[in-house]
Write a protein that binds this ligand. Sequence first.
Ligand SMILES: [Fe+2]
Length: 350
Amino acid sequence: MITNKSKILVVDDELGPRESLRMILKDEYEVITAANGSQALGHLEDSEFALIILDIRMPGISGIELLQKVKEKAPSTEVVMITAYASVDTATKALRLGALDYLIKPFDQAAVRDVVAKGISRRDESRSIKKRLSDLQLANKSLEAQVEESYNNIQKHYEETINSLVAAVDAKDSYTKGHQERVAELVYMIGEAMDMDEEDLVVLKKAATLHDIGKIGVDESVLRKPDNLCREEYDMVKKHPVIGAEILSPVKFLEEVIPLVLHHHEYYDGSGYPLGLKGEKIPLGARIIAVADAVDAMLRERPYAPRKTVLETCEELRRVSGTQLDPKLIEAVLDRNLVPIYEELTKDRV
Ligand SMILES: [Fe+2]
């Protein structure tokens, strides 16, 4: 029979107290009885109880053991212990283990009704708190998802903006057009030769694709100038790594890329810019971009210099190894013939 009454399980090995409790409670609650611990466990498997009244002294599974099992399985189910005067100590122990209260035999009807009503209302309260908590957690999760989505959208927009800036730099400076993309391929080859792991290679490639983005802030006439630059003009060009780092700084997912963009014009001997970092103080990725940048520059025609052959490029790399560029990287590039391989790969590309 389906009923809206709260379900109570009475567990006592003696028929007398079991029946007496059933009689006291049956009008207000749906009362199920069990004569021992294993029967009680069977009932607990089958249905959920609002409250369990449990005799402490039972053969087989004791009341205390059963109480522990109930609290493990259904922590919100309230448990009231039944005891005789002789075992009030055990009842106190039961309270410590999570029982709500205890009833002393023989039962006082009013006391039984009171304690059961108290148990049911406490159980309802804890269920409603749990429900509110889980609703809050759900709401929280949905908020987190919304925040993440907004964050991803912002990042996506930044990425699109950056792509537009790269396109704008390409349009502004014909030499830069395609240069960043080619350099990104060469840095990957050098990074692999240096046994960099895949994650670092991805950062390195991204940095190479963006390394000259700061040129967006340098005057077009200076970028396109075919003759040697005057000091002032050169100073303007030298600002592009810092401008690039500033452009990228709001983009969280590019934070590892920024130092590589910022330092790609540092010289190994400390005479580069913007900070004059020296040797291994320069991030490895930035040193690699510097090498790839130089190789690609030499193999192309530039406003201020004719293109070099593969041989001339290799000679020049040897000449600047240890001063401008990291000698270990030059060694790796030359040992693995990366210059002719790269030239072959990109010769038809502007
Ligand atoms: Fe640059």
